[in-house]
Design a protein around this ligand. Structure first.
Ligand code: FMN
Length: 130
């Protein structure tokens, strides 16, 4: 099972989840503003995480979602942190669906900064889907 983890995080909350998920999958979490975030080879599952900023996704995430090619991603699963709204996950799912990529119904969400128990739960979420 080939797994990839991509995220965008301004203050580290979503990055912490991404790293827990990546560690469970034995891969590296890559920020979508880096050139190596491009998915150029087929993956079985792509975990995508982003937070909400003024009701929307960060521009880096929006731009990266547009680069995805469905032939390189069998399915995706989304995770997020935010202060109140879980709308970030709807927006991530929408971007992936628009790229023609099937998205797991189940998501993983934490309000702001994850604690140790939530990081453990993020690892379990990853293991369930890989
Ligand atoms: C400029 C800014 C705008 C935000 N807007 C929202 C928002 O509209 N709704 C919400 O629920 N949280 C909002 N938040 C809270 C963040 O989504 C939350 O702190 C999140 O965990 C940040 O993730 P990050 O550390 O990965 O960047 C905002 C935070 C910032 C800094």
């Amino acid at each position: 099972m080939k797994t990839a983890v991509r995220y965008y995080s301004r203050s580290g909350n979503t990055k912490a989840l991404a790293e827990a998920i990546a560690s469970a999958a034995g891969v590296k979490a890559v920020s979508v503003d880096l050139p190596e975030a491009a998915i150029n080879e087929p993956v079985d599952i792509l975990f995508v995480g982003g937070a909400l900023y003024a009701y929307g996704l960060d521009g880096h995430m929006k731009a990266w979602l547009k680069t995805l090619k469905k032939e390189n991603v069998k399915k995706a699963a989304v995770f997020s942190t935010s202060w109140i709204s879980k709308h970030s996950m709807d927006l991530l799912k929408k971007g992936l669906t628009e790229a023609g990529i099937p998205v797991e119904e189940e998501t993983f969400y934490v309000k702001n900064r994850p604690d140790a128990q939530q990081l453990k739960a993020a690892e379990e979420f990853a293991k369930k889907h890989i």
